[in-house]
Ligand binder design. Sequence first.
Ligand SMILES: NC(=O)c1ccc[n+]([C@@H]2O[C@H](COP(=O)([O-])OP(=O)(O)OC[C@H]3O[C@@H](n4cnc5c(N)ncnc54)[C@H](OP(=O)(O)O)[C@@H]3O)[C@@H](O)[C@H]2O)c1
Length: 251
Amino acid sequence: MKYAVITGVSKGLGESVAKLFIESGIAVIGISRSKNSKLPQLAEENHTTYTHYSCDISDTAALEETYYDMEKEIFSEEPSAVYLVNNAGVVEPVDQAANIDYKDLLRHVHVNTAAPMVLTNLFLKKATAEGVQLVGANVTSGAANRPTYGWSAYCSTKASIDMYTQTVALEQEELNTGNKIIAFSPGIMDTEMQNKLRSSTKEQFASVDTFKKYKENEMLSDPDSVGSVLVDILTDEGIKSGNIYDVKDYL
Ligand SMILES: NC(=O)c1ccc[n+]([C@@H]2O[C@H](COP(=O)([O-])OP(=O)(O)OC[C@H]3O[C@@H](n4cnc5c(N)ncnc54)[C@H](OP(=O)(O)O)[C@@H]3O)[C@@H](O)[C@H]2O)c1
């Protein structure tokens, strides 16, 4: 039995990735604060399982507790492989750096950087001890390599998760564990995150009009198409650990 653990399953890309894994018969464990009402029924129809863990991943202690519950659920079933998709992310606070309150900043860093690192570290340790392959993906952004006015937090956390991915991939390779870890840049998608960006003022986000045009001109990708690229990469035996995959090379 294979398991896929996906953060941010209530909507957007995370929901799409969860749907696709379920449709391929893989047992899915989803994490988000709010539940997804469609995934349990979909799992039943596809003769697999879906479990939801409600967790605010900015609370690291709560995340660790949730991890141990998931660990019990997964490893008691002697899985043949575990996929981990660190997808949950936030773009806010969107504003000039000098206007950002430190509490909002720390919350952002906890969701976008600390949570994926903590989850990956815990899964790597257990999977290696159990001799189960872990294949992990951290969802990144083009913003990791492109300074953007109003996105000092987002550009920094996405750049950070790219470096974490490459560093851990290097360690796993040298340790010869067989575990793989990649980053995946999904491009601009028609999700709630884009909606939030469009509601910014020009003072907060200088390119807001460009982002409004992306929506008006139907330039945003459908998260289901993007999700299928990610699931194909993750389930391909030839996956290159340490790579930062970009959806634009596939769609
Ligand atoms: N949309 C784009 O154009 C775009 C572009 C480049 C990269 N990305 C990246 O793609 C990923 C998915 O983005 P999306 O557009 O699908 O976002 P979205 O529609 O806003 O969904 C975000 C997901 O993350 C979860 N989440 C947020 N904060 C959380 C918290 N504190 N605890 C637990 N879960 C939390 C949300 O669940 P709850 O609210 O229910 O907790 C939701 O399921 C993100 O990493 C994002 O940075 C998106």
